[in-house]
Design a protein around this ligand. Sequence first.
Ligand code: MRU
Length: 344
Amino acid sequence: MKVQPVVWREGVVAMLDQTQLPERVVIEEFDDWRGVAEAIRQMKVRGAPAIGIAAAYGLALAARNINAPTMDAFRTEFDAICTAFAQTRPTAVNLFNAIERMQRVVAHSATPDEARARLLTEAHAIQREDYEADHALATHGAVLLPDNARVLTICNTGALATGGIGTALGIIRVAHQQGKLAHVYACETRPRLQGLRLTTWELLQEGIPFEVIADSAAGLLMAQGKVDAVLVGADRIAANGDTANKIGTYMLAVLAHYHQVPFYVAAPESTIDPTTPDGAHIPIEHRDPSEITHLGAIQLAPAGAPAFNPAFDVTPASLISAIITERGVYRPPYRFTSVPSTQG
Ligand code: MRU
């Protein structure tokens, strides 16, 4: 089954609702940009590259319904919608890169009709470039793994999270196809359980050998010498290589350092943010405490128990053995100075 988190379908944005996986495979169609923005906020679509792609299609959809007589009026309304998308999730820089690309298209369009046509072309380009980036980075990353590699990963960085085969999970896919992958340990990834619900769903479809683990089992596995590499994705990579990713990633990096296990970050160049100097400047999303105190609709904590729920943490560059992108493998010291090349 070909997994695509977001597709454009005859004037609607169709989205695989990831909050319902693995129980139900539900495709939701949106004919209004507000639904797309709300779906990003609710994590029906999630994963940094997929969020960017969803926002791009959401903006292409919005543009069709802006009824503005002049280009100035069109731009004003379009910018307000961009602001709404920018407020959905703060950490994944792919969202902001996609919005900026769409705004550049509008800036270079002479009429609303021209803008509408070019915005859809740009959204397709963002999706296609991510597809291509995934394949290239997976090839670079697989080279780094030893034969019979046992890899530990967190969250979901697969096809569900991107426009292609995935980032860290894309490397795992390619290593499996090359016959050099022995086993995957998939962290369940509290509290939203992207590892338990989504990564397992993808790994089962690919026939990749794995076990899902409680996040807190990672230390034991590394101490027992059962992990050859930790492979993770990224939501934003700062200019100095500090990397924001799913909460729990930093803990894995510290453990990997202690146990001398290589710790690799895999992401497209669109996840690099040279304008953010270091991790301390990356905005960290905090989500509703009920994600901790409840399991779906079931309340687990006593009523009134407070909870702290950051969705991401920052792994310092000093703990990252390499950053793998479509351009190749970066080794420390990291210094990302140029903005990734984009069209528009
Ligand atoms: O909160 P999520 O599920 O959007 O978080 C996703 C992650 O942290 C991923 O590791 C990251 O976005 C990279 S996806 C290729």
